[in-house]
Design a protein around this ligand. Sequence first.
Ligand SMILES: CC(C)(COP(=O)(O)OP(=O)(O)OC[C@H]1O[C@@H](n2cnc3c(N)ncnc32)[C@H](O)[C@@H]1OP(=O)(O)O)[C@@H](O)C(=O)NCCC(=O)NCCS
Length: 159
Amino acid sequence: MQTTFSLRQFKPDDLDDVIRVNHTCLPENYSAYFFMDLYERYPATFIVAEIGNEIVGYIMCRIETGFSHFGLFGISKKGHVVSVAVLPEYQRKGIGTDLLRKAMYGMRLYGAKECYLEVRTTNSAAVRMYDKLDFKTVRKAKAYYADGEDAHVMAKKLK
Ligand SMILES: CC(C)(COP(=O)(O)OP(=O)(O)OC[C@H]1O[C@@H](n2cnc3c(N)ncnc32)[C@H](O)[C@@H]1OP(=O)(O)O)[C@@H](O)C(=O)NCCC(=O)NCCS
């Protein structure tokens, strides 16, 4: 199996493939409009991973203005990871890590000072990846998910 991957910005032709990856990997699914809206507003943080001609992963984010999770900057811009996923057969090859890194680079281009995300408390694979990328748990969000599961809110300062 070919495993060399490359990353690039999402383009509208990728929509069906990204939705397929999302449905394969996550219970949180969105309308086509939702994906396209994030792409149109924050294209530098909507990244896909390709192996050959196949889209095997994606990350999409938004930029928000609000209180810092670190209490350092007062009101500031924050990059929010809305969704990230890699197809099961391509996991554990560094794709998720690189998607995060490239999205965080894009967040900085929009002036974000920190990055944050929610992750299911039972999702040890994702929590481990965020730990390795130096994210810290800043709070727990009770019953954050539709099925009642709690989330860790994890955040990282962007240099
Ligand atoms: C979370 C996810 C995006 C990680 O993608 P990935 O490409 O496999 O991640 P990486 O290969 O960059 O892994 C980075 C590190 O995370 C940890 N990790 C990733 N998957 C793991 C697993 N299944 N078990 C234990 N640790 C895991 C490891 O420490 C790994 O480093 P290592 O392989 O050198 O040990 C992927 O597992 C996924 O799509 N899961 C389903 C969707 C999801 O949960 N999205 C996140 C919602 S918040």
